[in-house]
Write a protein that binds this ligand. Structure first.
Ligand code: F6P
Length: 331
């Protein structure tokens, strides 16, 4: 029998992502719509341990749908990894009479929720909030679309100066384990190459591509590098290329945390609203230990275990587009 939800709590944890505020808003307003009280927990699991709970009403989420970051703040909690930390967290869950939890975040967030549920049986639902888009159980994560658009607007600007000075630019985008931001920003930015953990590219491939391009009157090149690429970070790759082709004018731009901020795109706001509502409805219906996601335009729930352990491969068609649209085979 599903536990009746009278009061739930919501938190954001891990790396922040544009659209987290829109999902907090959706959780708070959906819960109230169904007559359920909501508490916000500040600083993710750290706040659960320290008792940073605050009751939220509909007005406490006014005017946040368009804001980046998270009004609840975020953290990667070391203490929650310990049994003692989770015990303290549970004591606060009991103290504030919380019947269920919505955790907005990525892999680490759901790993924590899964263990916590196993130990204390608190019903918990996740909403995928990470710019990396590396979660199984949803086609897109909240924040990914905005991050790609942020990267793209930087790439467009760099393209202007790359063209003016006839330079080779290595642009590093986020993604320590995945090339989702790299692949989409590379296609939309018209990049010559994208290097990412999912594809094995040798430094020799990069050099051959550049040699071919420069010998066929290509004046500038844009190469997108996911920070987790197996060859190394963009600076390392650029140094290796410069050593082999000293005549080329190479530059590196690391986009970094700029990709995590800013107003969420319309797509992210819609996704966040849908998943916030989906998480609350799921809890009310008795679902637990699952993440709400959207696959093929349909709302679905996937066990945390699967979301954490399964890989969501990048569609090979997307990877091919970059190569095919960049001219003839060069090998
Ligand atoms: O998980 C999202 C992400 O932005 C990764 O792409 C990146 O590697 C990491 O977070 C950076 O984390 P932090 O802000 O803790 O340095």
């Amino acid at each position: 029998m599903a536990k009746t939800m009278k009061r739930i709590a919501v938190l954001t944890s891990g790396g922040d992502a544009p659209g987290m505020n829109a999902s907090i808003r959706a959780v708070v307003r959906s819960a109230h719509y169904f007559g359920v009280d909501v508490y916000g927990i500040y600083r993710g699991y750290d706040g659960m341990i320290n008792g940073s709970f605050v009751e939220m009403d509909d007005r406490s989420v006014s005017n946040i749908i368009q804001k980046g970051g998270t009004i609840l703040k975020s953290a990667r909690s070391e203490e929650f990894r310990t049994k003692e930390g989770r015990k303290k967290a549970y004591q606060n869950i009991k103290k504030f009479k919380i019947d269920g939890l919505v955790a907005i975040g990525g892999n680490g967030t759901f790993t924590g929720a899964e263990i916590f549920h196993k130990e204390y049986g608190v019903p918990c639902i996740g909403a995928p909030g990470t710019i990396d888009n590396d979660l199984y159980g949803t086609d897109f994560t909240i924040g990914y679309d905005t991050a790609v658009n942020t990267a793209l607007s930087a790439i467009d600007k760099i393209r202007d100066t790359a063209d003016a000075h006839e330079r080779i630019f290595f642009i590093e985008v986020m993604g320590r384990d995945t090339g989702y931001i790299a692949v989409r920003s590379a296609i939309s930015g018209g990049a010559e190459m994208a290097l990412m953990p999912e594809t094995k590219t040798s430094i020799q491939d990069v050099i051959s591509k550049l040699k071919y391009g420069t010998s066929h009157s290509k004046a500038s090149h844009i190469i997108i590098v996911a920070e987790g690429d197996e060859i190394g970070r963009a600076t390392t790759i650029a140094e290796k290329v410069k050593k082999a082709l000293p005549g080329l004018d190479t530059k590196v731009t690391t986009l970094g945390h700029v990709q995590r901020g800013g107003a969420p795109s319309a797509a992210d706001r819609v996704l966040a609203s849908r998943l916030g509502l989906g998480a609350v409805e799921g809890l009310i219906k008795g679902k637990t230990n699952v993440m709400a996601g959207v696959i093929n335009r349909t709302l679905c729930y996937t066990a945390f275990k699967e979301c954490i352990s399964k890989k969501k491969p990048i569609n090979n068609d997307l990877i091919r587009i970059i190569e095919v649209l960049n001219g003839r085979k060069y090998k």
